[in-house]
Design a protein around this ligand. Structure first.
Ligand SMILES: Cc1cc2nc3c(=O)[nH]c(=O)nc-3n(C[C@H](O)[C@H](O)[C@H](O)COP(=O)(O)OP(=O)(O)OC[C@H]3O[C@@H](n4cnc5c(N)ncnc54)[C@H](O)[C@@H]3O)c2cc1C
Length: 296
């Protein structure tokens, strides 16, 4: 019986594992190796690691975590979970069973790419979700933003930190006249028509074509596709969930505790604010929550 089973061995899961390993707790980390930022050549805005390829960052993290003798990294996909505090069992796709007193869910989310030719090929290169991660490199250039929810209207205000050349693609959505004139005053160009395709060269964006025949040349296109959790263990456990503009997340309270005793959750799975630093922070917090729940 392990003290903790962590499902997901990326930024949130490995941070929790390191903290628990340093507390000499017995931990197993189950992972399928599909970190969300694997599409990007470099990760940014991570103190001490700015510009490092995400795969290199995680390889180094795994080596450091594995150094702790009570931590075991297991390659495998968790498919089922059952049990109660002090006695949880997780089954993997290849039939193994791991038992633990506590569980941290850190299996991240999956982005649903819209069926626009070129979108998937450019994702993480020039079609990007976050200006803090990948905005500095294209500052001062021509940016586009695909409208996906009323939250998208904050985009042009934020993006003004990086560029004054912004086109908002409403992609067939309607916005009220008041919002339209606010954007107009800011110099934001608005295109109402639906997106048709993205012209690119190996993921390097050239232009966006709309269904009404317009072609807009751009260096970067911001987009926030709908996402959903990468696994369904939270549903098997009947955990409380919370809605965000881009998808449904696991609801967490103090120290990343979920609605079920003994189950903690961390990383992108628990927030609409997605970054390596946020994921690591919540992984660390979940480890503290787990430790606290096992004391006394
Ligand atoms: C294209 C792109 C670029 C980004 N660039 C940056 C950046 O430059 N800087 C930055 O700070 N943030 C960046 N982000 C955000 C960052 O990638 C995420 O916030 C971060 O990866 C979240 O970490 P996580 O541990 O919660 O989840 P993830 O990194 O998604 O990891 C989840 C892990 O769980 C595993 N897993 C899933 N299901 C199972 C299962 N059933 N059993 C076992 N394991 C499972 C997966 O294989 C994966 O290893 C970027 C995101 C994207 C989409």
């Amino acid at each position: 019986m392990q003290d903790v089973i962590i499902v997901g061995g990326s930024f949130a899961g490995l941070t929790a594992a390191m903290q628990l390993g340093r507390a000499r707790r017995k931990v197993s980390v189950l992972d399928t190796g599909l970190n969300r930022n694997r599409y990007a050549a470099h990760a940014h805005n991570i103190l001490g690691h700015d510009g490092t390829p995400p795969g290199d960052l995680l390889a180094r993290a795994r080596a450091q975590v594995e150094h702790y003798p009570t931590v075991q990294l297991v390659q495998g996909k968790a498919i089922a979970i059952a049990g109660e505090p002090d006695n949880f069992a997780i089954t993997t796709e290849d039939g193994a069973s791991l038992e633990g007193r506590r569980v941290i869910l850190a299996y991240g989310i999956v982005d649903h790419f819209p069926a626009i030719p070129g979108f998937a090929e450019c994702w993480g290169k020039t079609v990007i979700h976050c200006p803090f991660c990948h905005g500095y490199e294209v500052a001062g250039q021509r940016w586009g933003l695909v409208y996906s929810s009323p939250m998208s209207l904050h985009g042009p205000v934020l993006y003004a930190n990086w560029t004054d050349d912004i086109t908002l693609f409403l992609d067939g959505h309607e916005i009220i006249e008041q919002e339209r004139s606010k954007l107009d005053k800011r110099g934001v160009k608005i295109i109402d028509a639906k997106l048709k395709s993205i012209r690119h060269d190996n993921g390097q964006l050239h232009s966006v074509a709309t269904e009404d025949g317009q072609q807009v040349e751009l260096e970067a296109l911001y987009a926030h596709p709908r996402n959903h959790p990468s696994a369904d263990l939270h549903a098997q456990l009947g955990l409380d969930m919370t809605e965000t503009p881009t998808g449904t997340m696991i609801a967490v309270g103090d120290m990343q505790a979920t609605s079920r005793p003994g189950i903690y959750a961390a990383g992108d799975l628990t927030t609409a604010m997605h970054s390596v630093t946020f994921a690591s922070n919540s992984g660390s917090m979940a480890a503290m929550g787990v430790l606290q729940s096992m004391m006394g």
